[in-house]
Design a protein around this ligand. Structure first.
Ligand SMILES: Nc1nc2c(ncn2[C@@H]2O[C@H](COP(=O)(O)OP(=O)(O)OP(=O)(O)O)[C@@H](O)[C@H]2O)c(=O)[nH]1
Ligand SMILES: [Mg+2]
Length: 231
């Protein structure tokens, strides 16, 4: 069970999640909530730790269902979420938990298994502002991971990679694994975050919360986004 138990890092006052509530599941884009908030979609292969990451990030034990049986969620799950910074105030967003993808790695299987629901969402959802792609620290990058990044690049949408389950690696292994994943995906090292839902690593203080806040603020206030330090 992945809960924030032994904190490796405690926030020193930057961006953090102050509230997250489940809003709705949708089996197609037409059943999604109105696109009145910016959305960040979260995906990765089944069992990568999507639900655990949301629970740890939001500081709630049972917001999203954690399961040892991969691939059970087949819906788009919408969570209304607030990020807060002591000086910059609140940012509201929807966190959208996409179904995990399977283990078939062949490119044609990849595209086929994208499914009309996920593809329709990623292709057409105007509220979508970015994607958090989760990659298990102990697994190889898959064809599907590559396909998703290409898909997002074609739409010119921002993506950040979160390496999950970093508690299973030593501190020195974390650096090597992260650099290897960045290389494999041809991403700058700074676009790959190291996280652990178990220890709470990688959410605050330069982690996921700040990456999301920068992305959202870059949209609403062009001068506030990428570049400046936001702590
Ligand atoms: N050690 C460790 N285990 C984790 C971590 N995150 C998730 N797990 C475990 O990995 C398994 C899968 O976690 P989930 O959060 O359900 O994964 P998911 O990606 O939501 O899975 P699906 O919804 O089935 O695709 C569970 O047994 C979790 O306890 C982590 O940071 N560290
Ligand atoms: Mg899940």
């Amino acid at each position: 069970m992945a809960e924030p138990s032994k904190p490796e890092k405690s926030s020193t006052g930057g961006w953090r999640v102050t509230s997250a509530t489940f809003e709705r599941s949708a089996d197609k884009l037409g059943a999604a909530p109105p696109g009145d908030l910016p959305e960040i979609a979260v995906t990765g292969r089944s069992n990568v730790g999507k639900s655990s990451l949301l629970n740890a990030f939001a500081g709630q034990r049972a917001l999203a269902r954690v399961s040892s049986t991969p691939g059970r969620t087949q819906l788009l799950n919408f969570f209304r979420t607030t990020l807060r910074h002591p000086r910059h105030g609140d940012l509201a967003l929807r966190w959208v938990d996409l179904p995990g993808y399977g283990y078939a790695a062949a490119p044609h299987a990849v595209r086929a298994s994208f499914g009309p629901m996920i593809e329709g969402y990623l292709r057409k959802r105007e509220a979508l502002k970015g994607l958090v792609l989760l990659i298990d620290a102990r697994r190889e990058v898959s064809e599907y991971d590559h396909a998703l990044l290409e898909f997002m690049a074609d739409r010119a949408l921002w993506t950040v990679v979160a390496v999950t389950k970093a508690d299973k690696l030593s501190k020195s292994e974390r650096g090597l694994v992260t650099a290897g994943i960045a290389r494999a995906l041809q991403l700058p090292r700074g676009q790959v975050l190291v996280t652990s839902a178990t220890s709470g690593l990688g959410f605050t203080d330069g982690g996921l919360a700040e990456a999301l806040a920068r992305r959202l603020r870059a949209d609403s206030e062009p001068d506030a986004g990428d570049g400046a330090e936001e702590t």
